[in-house]
Design a protein around this ligand. Structure first.
Ligand code: ADP
Length: 313
């Protein structure tokens, strides 16, 4: 069976600027695909091509079985799309916003009633049906946007940074909701800048300057040679003065790479350097360091390593 989202060498050029450069991937039914990359790297353009809103310059893609170039209408009928600037009507109530979108989707009277109740129940919005949309918190506004996008029962849902600017609890709750939808067979394609969210996805893709430089599960990406060079280990080191510890770690002969993550350092060192040796050497060079512990690469480590490897090549 064809995957609900499939892109093959999908490309977009504006003039002589290639903003999406031959990306290929598939998203299986009922999975959550996390699409990441720095600003301006081509995420929104890729989503817009997949939603039939922007014509590709090359390659092809199908969504829900429809060719994005030849059958944009078929694509748009079959998907939900929550963009960064999803338009809710602030002076209308939750119920009136849903009514507006249900009519826009051409649902008949009976179906409108059934689907409005269903999406309010899925998103937990029922108690707020009479609230004016502008009075909702950021997290609940996003739930309303999601509810509107689900009215016509799409099997594929695209979400462009759905959690930008909402608080951590609301973020987590929205993600729980997305996983519930995936459990019911909906296929989700989600862009995010949050690594914790990306680590929860079934698979992730990382696009950098239009190139898809990473694609796979977290474990697959961790195992890449550029991320985990043979003969190396990765340590996390907590330090009181992280900037000073950063400089001292870089000076150690057996340290190949150092990155700061909050109040910790992540270092890639020759496998011959034990935790105790790293701890002693850093302490001996002045300043105190906390525990040195061996870690698996985080997703952020993966992206940092792959971006550097690409820069080096
Ligand atoms: P992201 O979503 O990752 O921030 P975008 O897909 O929005 O990135 O943009 C990728 C690149 O394409 C950027 O350099 C942007 O300026 C350029 N771009 C996007 N849309 C257009 C357009 N309509 N015309 C020209 N350039 C565009």
């Amino acid at each position: 069976m064809t995957a609900p989202i499939r892109a093959e060498k999908l490309t977009k050029r504006y003039g002589d600027h290639t903003v999406v450069n031959g990306v290929s991937f598939e998203v299986p039914a009922g999975s959550v695909f996390g699409f990441l990359g720095p600003n301006g790297s081509g995420k929104s353009t890729t989503i817009k091509m997949l939603c039939g809103l922007v014509q590709p310059s090359g390659g092809d893609a199908t969504v829900a079985g429809f060719d994005v170039e030849r059958d944009g209408d078929g694509v748009r009928r079959s998907i939900g799309y929550v963009s960064q600037s999803f338009s809710l009507y602030g002076d209308l109530t939750v119920d009136q916003n849903l009514e507006f979108y249900a009519r826009a989707y051409d649902l008949d009277l009976d179906r409108r009633g059934v689907r409005k109740s269903a999406v309010m129940s899925i998103t937990g919005l029922a108690p707020f049906a009479a609230y004016t949309a502008s009075t909702l918190s950021g997290g609940w506004k996003q739930r309303l946007a999601l509810a509107c996008a689900l009215l016509h029962e799409p099997r594929v849902l695209f979400m462009d940074e759905p959690t930008a600017g909402i608080d951590p609890v609301a973020r987590r709750e929205l993600w729980d909701l997305l996983f519930t939808l995936a459990g019911e067979g909906v296929t989700l394609f989600v862009t995010t800048h949050y690594m914790d969210e990306a680590e929860r996805c079934s698979r992730v893709g990382y696009i950098f300057e239009g190139d898809l430089i990473a694609l796979g599960t977290l474990d697959e990406l961790r195992a890449l040679q550029d991320v985990n060079p043979p003969g190396t280990v990765r340590y996390k080191i907590s330090a009181h003065d992280v900037m000073q510890a950063f400089a001292r770690a870089r000076a150690l002969r057996y340290v190949r790479d150092v990155t700061i993550f909050g109040r910790d350092l992540h270092i890639v060192a020759d496998a011959s350097a034990s935790e105790a040796r790293v701890h002693d050497d850093l302490s001996a060079s002045g300043g105190s360091v906390g525990q040195v512990s061996r870690i698996e690469p985080s997703l952020e480590d993966v992206f940092v390593a792959l971006t550097r490897a690409r820069g080096a090549s």
